[in-house]
Design a protein around this ligand. Structure first.
Ligand code: HEC
Length: 189
């Protein structure tokens, strides 16, 4: 009797769970900008934040790890009391120089997030991915991220100072064109 009951429960569980897993998921928030088309079988790209949020959440913290490594040799950073919960990546389980090369990878990967369709800027304009200079500016960020990665792997402070400089140049090249405007409304165009 018990077994039979368990079977019935399982049967209904399969009936209800399987379709909900296979049915295409609606976007997390209805107001979120549209998703991009991807080849069938590939995971669908989804946009969750505006450009400023992506910058504040991903590029800003990564770049600060790189800036910090110019002033203090990452090898000299003391691990946190509990490195596995450290807020400062340099003091974490993946700390010291590794934190710097991870930040470089983070920036290079973030270039992909600046290239996908559907994201808005704070002022409601589309991120101008179709402007002719946008891919070039994004590539500058990607290259700078990989330059940081290589510099951090060399564990050489002079190399990281130069790499941080190329990162600053890449950030500024895009900000000069698309962010530094007296009016928020004039960004991203
Ligand atoms: C390809 C263009 C581009 C690149 C490269 C880029 N940014 Fe941005 N960034 C922008 C734009 C445009 C905005 C304004 C976004 C908005 O208003 O929604 C912005 C906004 C920001 C903000 C938010 C500022 C605020 O007003 O709150 C931060 C922080 C930031 N960027 C950091 C960086 C850092 C650090 C880098 C380099 C590692 C970088 N960005 C590279 C285009 C870029």
């Amino acid at each position: 009797m018990r077994i039979r009951f368990a079977f019935v429960v399982l049967y209904f569980a399969i009936l209800t769970i399987v379709p909900s897993c296979t049915a295409s998921q609606p976007p997390a928030t209805p107001a979120a900008p549209s998703t991009s088309g991807t080849p069938s079988g590939a995971a669908t790209l989804q946009v969750h934040g505006n450009l400023a949020q992506a910058m504040r959440g991903i590029l800003f913290p990564a770049s600060n790890v790189i800036f910090a490594s110019q002033d203090k040799n990452p090898d000299e950073v003391k691990p946190a009391a509990d490195p596995s919960t450290a807020i400062n990546p340099l003091e974490s389980s993946f700390g010291k120089w590794q934190a710097v090369w991870n930040a470089g990878i983070g920036l290079a990967e973030s270039a992909n997030l600046l290239s996908i369709p559907g994201r808005k800027c704070q002022n409601g304009r589309d991120v101008p991915i179709n402007n002719p200079d946008w891919p070039m500016l994004v590539q500058g960020l990607r290259d700078a991220g990989m330059t940081v990665y290589k510099a951090a792997q060399s564990k050489n402070q002079d190399n990281i100072v130069m790499a941080a400089d190329s990162m600053t140049t890449a950030c500024a090249a895009c900000h000069d064109k698309y962010r530094e405007k007296p009016n928020l409304a004039d960004r991203c165009m």
